[in-house]
Design a protein around this ligand. Structure first.
Ligand SMILES: NC(=O)c1ccc[n+]([C@@H]2O[C@H](COP(=O)([O-])OP(=O)(O)OC[C@H]3O[C@@H](n4cnc5c(N)ncnc54)[C@H](O)[C@@H]3O)[C@@H](O)[C@H]2O)c1
Length: 345
């Protein structure tokens, strides 16, 4: 039986994950709409320009007008200020672009008959608890971004209970791959390292580099998000999704340099430079994915070197990018990392 064509809205659709998600959903034959204010995304990522609208979700009136017109049945909400490390210095943006924007979207969507919300949260809601993080742990964020994501999760559960729409909450972590913003000096560690290499420069590691993460390749991350949206079993669930190979940043740097230079010897001037640790950076952060495995057979397939090879190929095509800094942070003081303060990248 042919499944019904659904009206689906993806927010943050010119961004890294959002644009891949739109492409995946379009292949299923649904009617897909995308919005983004292009603060962190790019038109080059938007494949269906006809159904794309430049919209800033911080604008309550314009967002309501848009939702009243489209009346989406399903929303994948990805629009965000995802600068976790910077959020201690830009809390207004973390609030406005995450919590406030989400409410501006969700309220009119409920009024217009929303059936399901797929909220992209983040592993940052766990904070510095025992790794690997699992979904039974309480949320204990260590940073402003994580606390915004944790409130967005809570509000989703509460409003779903009261107003009856279904939801799935996905907590991805350290996603990388083609179309990632590599010109943002505040986030996306692989993107920053890679852009520095494209610019013929070595990169900086905050702290001793022994912090551990598990990196998630984009092609392993988007399909389970789509599967979760259409699975009855996943309704009302909160799930970790992502890579399972936890490694230190020092090891990441080594693998990236090996993949970047291939068979050539790595030149000495590309040895990473260590800087003081950033405030509130969690040392060990990676997740357990048993729940996603049980509910939808989730298992990441791509090794770090395979994923990096693909990302490097794409990055060499777009070439070196200028890093784009904010004119001003909400809190400018001596705690601001000098890479940002002195625009070192
Ligand atoms: N990439 C990761 O490693 C990762 C990990 C955990 C969670 N997430 C979450 O996944 C989602 C997507 O992340 P991403 O890596 O693709 O980031 P991204 O920056 O590429 O995408 C976010 C998009 O949201 C847009 N946006 C920001 N504020 C907006 C506003 N007010 N109105 C409309 N659009 C706005 C930006 O222009 C950008 O295109 C985010 O919610 C992020 O918090 C990402």
């Amino acid at each position: 039986m042919k499944s019904k064509k659904l009206k689906i809205l993806v927010t943050g659709s010119a961004g890294f994950m959002g644009s891949h998600l739109v492409d995946g959903l379009e292949k299923m034959g649904h009617e897909i709409y995308g919005v983004d204010d292009l603060s962190g995304g790019f038109m080059r990522n938007v494949s269906n320009k006809k159904n794309f609208t430049k919209l800033d979700l911080r604008n309550r009136k314009k967002t309501a007008e848009y939702i009243n017109k489209i009346k989406p049945e399903i929303i994948f909400h990805l629009a965000a200020d995802a600068t976790e490390g910077r959020s201690q210095f830009t809390p207004f943006s973390a609030l406005d672009r995450n919590i406030v924007s989400y409410m501006n979207l969700l309220v009119p969507a409920i009024k217009n008959g929303l059936k399901k919300m797929i909220l992209t949260s983040s592993m940052s809601v766990y904070g510095a608890q025992q790794v690997p993080f699992n979904e039974d742990m309480i949320t204990q964020p260590e940073d402003v971004y994580g606390s915004a994501k944790a409130s967005m999760e809570t509000v989703t559960r509460v409003l779903s209970n009261v107003h009856g729409f279904k939801y799935v909450i996905i907590r991805p972590h350290n996603v990388y791959g083609s179309r990632q913003n590599i010109s943002d000096p505040y986030r996306n560690v692989i993107g920053i390292f890679l852009n520095r290499l494209l610019r013929n420069k070595s990169f900086y590691i905050y702290g001793d580099g022994k912090q551990e993460r598990a990196f998630s390749y984009i092609d392993d991350t988007i399909p389970p998000m789509i599967r979760a949206a259409f699975s009855k079993k996943c309704e009302g669930k909160t799930m970790n999704v992502g890579g399972e190979e936890n490694i230190s940043l020092n090891k990441l740097a080594k693998v990236l340099l090996e993949e970047y230079f291939g068979t050539k010897k790595i030149p000495k001037e590309f040895i990473p430079i260590h800087l003081p640790a950033r405030p509130q950076e969690v040392k060990y952060a990676y997740s357990n994915h048993d729940l996603a495995g049980k509910l939808m057979g989730f298992k990441p397939k791509t090794s770090l070197s395979e994923g990096l090879k693909e990302m490097i190929k794409w990055a060499k095509e777009i070439g070196p990018q200028d890093f784009v800094y904010l004119e001003e942070l909400d809190l400018e003081n001596d705690l601001v990392p000098k890479t940002w303060k002195n625009k070192l990248l």
